[in-house]
Design a protein around this ligand. Structure first.
Ligand code: ZN
Ligand code: ZN
Length: 276
């Protein structure tokens, strides 16, 4: 079940590449990254790190990532990740990957540690390339920890991830009764938690007139949920309209919606894995 979620993401990226040629470059790059992440996740599962670090995860506070990264496990895989990026990424990311690859483990360790500490509030952007590369690499590690955690989730009504306090990268509408309920997906660890339908996840606005929903006929299952109080927006993928959609992938593919939102002075609540 857990292993196949990576497969579903990769398959959905293939489907959307065919449907939306304008997003082909982004999706092809994503497929390579997701392929690497899938392998890293399987490697973490086979290493059973939760058992080794069980005492640590039991003692950390709910809503925060464990303080210490498992560096002996992670560092040896980074060179392979950078080689993949160097080969398949667009030039602005391929160059920094090559530079980082030449630097070696001491530098990577510093990068990982500083990134991990700031991970829940990290905003991946294309300007901060080293942070973005660390983010792509460490994301499946955070997801692995979340999937194998026995911590009771804290208050579910929060606008940040109950597992790691990361910001949501995309919303989801799932069928419930005759309607749909909304949940949010964490940009860092992919935890999904329920969240009110008529609340802005950036500022808490609940006035219906201030919460605008925009759709484009091109993407019937994806909508922009924008707030006219704080001017942040998040995209929400409506699984009641298309059960085949995979929220984190459909979010990546619907680039014209980002452009539309930008033109209307809305700011994205949290950039996605590729810094978009
Ligand atoms: Zn999280
Ligand atoms: Zn707001």
């Amino acid at each position: 079940m857990i292993a196949s979620k990576w497969e579903r993401r990769i398959q959905r990226a293939e489907e959307l590449t065919a449907a939306h040629p304008f997003a082909a470059e982004v999706l092809q790059f994503y497929r390579h990254i997701a392929g690497f992440q899938k392998a890293l996740y399987a490697y973490l599962e086979s290493s059973r790190i939760e058992q080794a670090h069980g005492h640590e995860s039991n003692h950390r506070a709910a809503g925060s990532l464990p303080q210490h990264l498992n560096l002996p496990l992670l560092l040896p895989r980074f060179s392979e990740f950078l080689a993949t990026v160097e080969k398949v990424a667009p030039q602005p990311l391929a160059q920094p990957a090559a530079r980082l690859k030449a630097q070696g483990k001491n530098q990577w360790e510093t990068l990982f540690k500083s990134h991990w500490q700031s991970a829940p509030s990290f905003q991946p952007t294309s300007e901060h390339t080293e942070g973005l590369l660390a983010w792509m690499f460490l994301q499946p590690y955070a997801e692995y920890l979340a999937d194998h955690s026995e911590l009771a989730p804290r208050n579910q009504a929060l606008a940040v991830c109950p597992f790691c306090s990361g910001k949501p990268v995309v919303g989801v509408l799932r069928p419930e009764g005759d309607g749909a309920k909304r949940s949010l997906i964490c940009s860092m660890c992919s935890t999904e938690w329920n969240y009110g339908r008529i609340v802005c996840p950036a500022c808490g606005e609940q006035t219906v007139e201030k919460l605008a929903i925009y759709t484009a006929s091109q993407f019937p299952e994806v909508r922009v949920e924008a707030c006219d109080t704080c001017h942040y927006y998040i995209k929400t993928v409506d699984l009641t309209k298309n059960g085949r959609a995979v929220p984190v992938v459909d979010e990546l593919a619907t680039i014209p919606l980002n452009l539309w939102a930008q033109e209307h002075q809305y700011i994205k609540l949290q950039p996605n894995l590729l810094g978009i």
